[in-house]
Design a protein around this ligand. Structure first.
Ligand SMILES: Nc1ncnc2c1ncn2[C@@H]1O[C@H](COP(=O)(O)OP(=O)(O)OP(=O)(O)O)[C@@H](O)[C@H]1O
Ligand SMILES: [Mg+2]
Length: 451
């Protein structure tokens, strides 16, 4: 996967020079002739790095820097500056610019700063067991917020669909927090009946109920000085909600049958795949507990809303499960099937699919048939066109080509809308147009020409 670099300068010569150098070094480069153009691109696509001139009319490099920090906080920004603006560039580093290059610069110094900037945001290998793979700006923002929250002991609520990586994010918070050397304990509130969950969480004293032959500390005590993950908090019975609220407020737990409360210091992370606010509204979740838990709220978009992550995750899981089988690859048609699937089970479903496919694939390549996804989902919104004229025996590739042409036709050649309706990023659409040789012709002829 190539790193995507956005280069912004109002001097065309400079754009060409930078683009040439970076392309030769193997980067994928997009150029913008103004800050305004760059902003539009940034709203639609994710870039791994932004290189921008300082002095530009309308939107300056500095303003662009601030925008990038809002839109894509993890994307480093390198400034290109002339002598006259070098002071501003130095100050901009305080505002989060990664570095600056003084014009004129050599291609070596450009390559070097680009390499360093990209390395600075790559996941570090020692944290790799909690690597969250994404290129999605919204999820990147969530990760940034999570890293900030990790430093404090604030309660965190993660609201997201099943299989999106809630536990992974919770573990990342723990391992980035000052509590990382202490335990991380997870309890699934939906998996146990009320009475068992109560003793599981709060522990019990010997003889406190039939069968309590020995005393047992609860998960709160086991997680002391560490992190407690309360999975599927929305399923917790009202009586336990009240007890939990007390623990959070008083920072002490009462073992069942215990004489005195035990002081604890635990950071709680709660997750839910249901909308807790609506549970509060219908009275099944305590409002006061909701506010206690909701100090930092993190959301993870479902996979179907960040399809750009699919190729990255596929690559990641191929490496994870293809161990010992050097460079297992994925057939382009199999990748197309993966990109069109709706992923109701999100990343977990994708992970299982790849794991199974790696096991099933005979050669060094995963074929569409290894995926076990059957035909592409008829539920996919693109299939509302019953008139695509598909008549069996057609390849996925041809179908995709037709679908893209038809969608562009429907949107009057508007690529942004077409990409949205196809559920792919604008960049993917552009790549596909290139790949299919549809290019600009597609947009223009889409008005008049039938598929
Ligand atoms: N962005 C990601 N990058 C890499 N792996 C991921 C990502 N998101 C999820 N995974 C992997 O997908 C699997 C499911 O993630 P996880 O268990 O964290 O999801 P969850 O939201 O807690 O699911 P559930 O709601 O079913 O409990 C895990 O193996 C996790 O490592
Ligand atoms: Mg989970």
């Amino acid at each position: 996967m190539k790193d995507e670099v956005l280069v912004v300068d109002d001097e065309p010569q400079m754009l060409i020079a930078v683009q040439e150098t970076l392309r030769r070094s193997g980067y994928s480069v997009t150029t913008a002739g103004s800050g305004v153009e760059a902003l539009n691109l940034l709203k639609q696509e994710y870039f791994h790095l932004v290189i921008t001139d300082m002095r530009m009319p309308e939107v300056s490099g500095l303003e662009l820097l601030h925008k990038v920090k809002q839109l894509a906080p993890r994307t480093p920004v390198v400034l290109l500056t002339a002598y006259g603006t070098v002071q501003n560039a130095v100050e901009a580093m305080r505002d989060g610019a990664y570095d600056f290059l003084l014009k004129p610069f050599s291609s070596e110094s450009l390559e070097s700063v680009v390499r360093r900037a990209l390395d600075s945001v790559r996941p570090k290998p020692e944290k790799s067991s909690h690597t969250i793979v994404t290129q999605d700006p919204q999820l990147a923002r969530t990760i940034d917020l999570a890293c900030q929250a990790a430093q404090s002991s604030a309660t965190v609520m993660i609201e997201a669909e099943s299989g999106t990586g809630k536990e992974l994010l919770a573990r990342m918070i723990h391992s980035n927090s000052p509590r990382s050397s202490k335990p991380f304990v997870a309890v699934n509130c939906a998996a146990l009946p009320e009475s068992l969950l109560e003793s599981e969480l709060f522990g019990f004293e010997k003889g406190s109920f039939t069968g309590a032959g020995v005393a047992k500390p609860g998960k709160f005590e086991l997680a002391d000085h560490g992190t407690l993950l309360l999975d599927e908090i929305g399923e917790m019975a009202p009586i336990l909600q009240a007890k939990l609220l007390r623990v959070l407020q008083e920072k002490e737990v009462d073992r069942i049958g215990g004489q005195a409360p035990v002081e604890i210091d635990v950071r709680v992370i709660a997750t839910t795949n249901r909308n807790l606010q609506s549970l509060v509204r219908d009275g099944s979740f305590r409002e006061d507990l909701y506010y206690r838990l909701n100090v930092v709220k993190l959301t993870i978009p479902p996979l179907r809303e960040r399809r750009g992550d699919i190729p990255l995750l596929v690559d990641f899981f191929c490496k994870r499960y293809g161990r010992g089988r050097d460079g297992i690859r994925i057939h382009p048609e199999a990748m197309e099937v993966l990109q069109l699937h709706d992923w109701p089970g999100n990343v977990r479903e994708l992970e299982n699919t790849i794991q199974r496919a790696v096991a099933l694939s005979a050669g060094s390549q995963i074929e569409p048939g290894d995926l076990g996804l059957g035909e592409v989902q008829p539920s996919h919104p693109s299939f509302k066109h019953a008139d695509l004229g598909l008549s069996g025996g057609i390849t996925m590739r041809e179908m995709e080509r037709q679908l893209i042409r038809r969608t562009l036709q429907d949107t009057g050649g508007n690529r942004t809308r077409a990409a949205k309706s196809l559920g792919i990023s604008l960049r993917t659409l552009r790549n596909k147009l290139n790949e299919f040789g549809l290019q600009d012709r597609a947009a223009k002829s889409a008005h008049s020409q039938a598929v």
